[in-house]
Design a protein. Structure first.
Length: 155
């Protein structure tokens, strides 16, 4: 019978849970701390991303401002303004002869202008005449039977 108490002691030790009450409370406290720190950490990382985006945007805007200031500085130079007027607007100085070179795709300008014959008719008479002509053409097409409509009407 001496062997029996030893097996009971080994069995009781084997049945005893490795998780004690103190360990369970400690695990709950650690879980609560982790869960309570998730929201502030997420806000922290979101704010850092927003800050990085705003810094990049500021850098782009500063570069754009520098480019605009350089352009403004160019336009204060009279020689630059003259060169732009010559190239963009085809301006020439007095005494110079201006030429426009056409590319392969461009058609040349007409050499003879169209002749416009003046009419002795007033403008409102011309407008009323065009209204009458449009009404007459609409009335003529309304009385003529079209192919599918005439067949559908007769059937």
């Amino acid at each position: 019978m001496a062997g029996r108490p030893e097996t009971e002691a080994v069995g009781a030790a084997a049945r005893r849970s490795p998780l004690t009450g103190r360990a369970a409370v400690l695990a709950l406290v650690v879980a609560a701390l982790v869960l309570s720190s998730v929201v502030p950490l997420r806000a922290f990382f979101t704010q850092r991303a927003d800050l990085a985006q705003l810094r990049a945007q500021t850098t782009q805007q500063e570069a754009r401002v520098a480019a605009l200031e350089a352009t403004k500085q160019k336009w204060t130079d009279p020689a630059y303004v003259e060169a732009q007027a010559r190239s963009r607007l085809h301006f020439v100085m007095p005494g110079e002869i201006g030429y426009v070179v056409l590319g392969r795709d461009e058609a040349p300008a007409p050499t003879t202008p169209k002749k416009v014959t003046p009419s002795n008719q007033a403008w409102f008479s011309k407008v009323w005449g065009s209204v009458k002509a449009a009404d007459a053409s609409d009335a003529a097409t309304a009385h003529q039977p079209s192919g599918t409509k005439a067949n559908a009407a007769t059937n």
